[in-house]
Design a protein around this ligand. Structure first.
Ligand SMILES: [Zn+2]
Length: 142
């Protein structure tokens, strides 16, 4: 296999996403479709949940490495529906309530990271599931 990054050690973005095996593949497909091709991956349970945990600075430390070594311009924080770190879908009264809560978590995590890491752009993404759990939708948070 050919190594395509022989001449560069920089990338455009770092993504912070949940480690859940069900979601990383569609997320990466979505990012590539949106022309985000090279990125560091920080995978932690609950993504925004870990960022907002006052006892943890794991994500912050990882993003500092991305910033210092890979000169990233963009950070994308990605949460998803039915996340076990938040107690799963059953923890919420409805899909709408879950989405509203998750969008708020993402926004709060974006604001916290904004204060910690100097970067051009911070975005959020919520990976939603329909009621039957058959279809994935992406909602951007700016
Ligand atoms: Zn999760």
């Amino acid at each position: 296999m050919r190594f395509k990054y022989q001449k560069t050690h920089h990338c455009k973005a770092a993504i912070v996403l949940c480690m859940d095996f069900r979601f990383w593949e569609p997320v990466i497909e979505y990012l590539k479709t949106n022309n985000i091709n090279d990125f560091d991956i920080i995978a932690v349970p609950g993504a925004a949940k870990e960022i907002l945990d006052p006892k943890s600075n794991l994500v912050e430390k990882s993003l500092q490495v991305s910033s210092r070594l890979h000169c990233i311009e963009q950070i994308i924080i990605i949460n998803h529906a039915d996340c076990g770190a938040y107690g799963g879908r059953k923890k919420f009264d409805s899909i709408e309530q879950e989405k509203e809560f998750q969008l708020k978590q993402i926004k709060e995590a974006m604001n916290k990271i904004k204060q910690q890491i100097e970067v051009k752009k911070i975005k959020g993404l919520y990976v939603d599931l329909d009621k039957a759990g058959e279809k994935i939708n992406f909602a951007q948070v700016n």
